[in-house]
Write a protein that binds this ligand. Sequence first.
Ligand SMILES: N[C@@H](CCC(=O)N[C@@H](CS)C(=O)NCC(=O)O)C(=O)O
Length: 208
Amino acid sequence: MLRLYDSRYSGNSWKIRILLNQLERSFERHTLDLEAGETKTEAFSRLNRFGRIPVLQLPDGQTIVESAAILLYLAEGTPFLYKDPYLRAQVIGWMFFEQGDLQRFLALSRVYHIRGMADKMSQQIERLHADGYLGLEKLERWLETHEWLAGDRYTVADISVFAYCSLAHEGKYEMERFPSVNAWLQRVRAQPGWLDMFDISPFQTGHH
Ligand SMILES: N[C@@H](CCC(=O)N[C@@H](CS)C(=O)NCC(=O)O)C(=O)O
């Protein structure tokens, strides 16, 4: 069976659980406590050279790290990823954009706020917001005229970009500035099999 190493509050891990649920694939969930340093052990570094979650472990023991790589692996041969090389490149392009222009800026602001560090980190949060807003503005421009990120349907590009955009308000981003992003977030949430962050997938077993 597939095994997913994740954490309760991780948007990167949530992406994988949404797709596994939509694919109706069974998985064993191992939820780690990041604040307790559970990703920093010698044993965990053998699963992920970067010492981070999510990690997908295949039935033969091999692991895949990085949320985008895991999503692409799982989506292969399914309606969530195009076969056509051009459309496929559009999906991958959005996943690179998510990692380069959004993920860290949105995720770190959120982490500082939810861990009660916002006052101490206020200058860092200001810088993160400046960069994060640039990414969100680019996304807004695209979604003003497109229903989905790549091609004409929902794909792993949408799952990837969705996760931290939907959590950005927890990092005190003013998401009301982005009406087209908000409408798209709602379209993503309305997809069959979509799973909220704290929902337990019927396809999962194990620790959570
Ligand atoms: N680029 C990676 C980022 C993964 C990442 O930042 N994981 C965080 C949780 S969301 C983590 O494990 N943090 C613990 C640490 O860095 O020590 C991905 O998309 O999977």
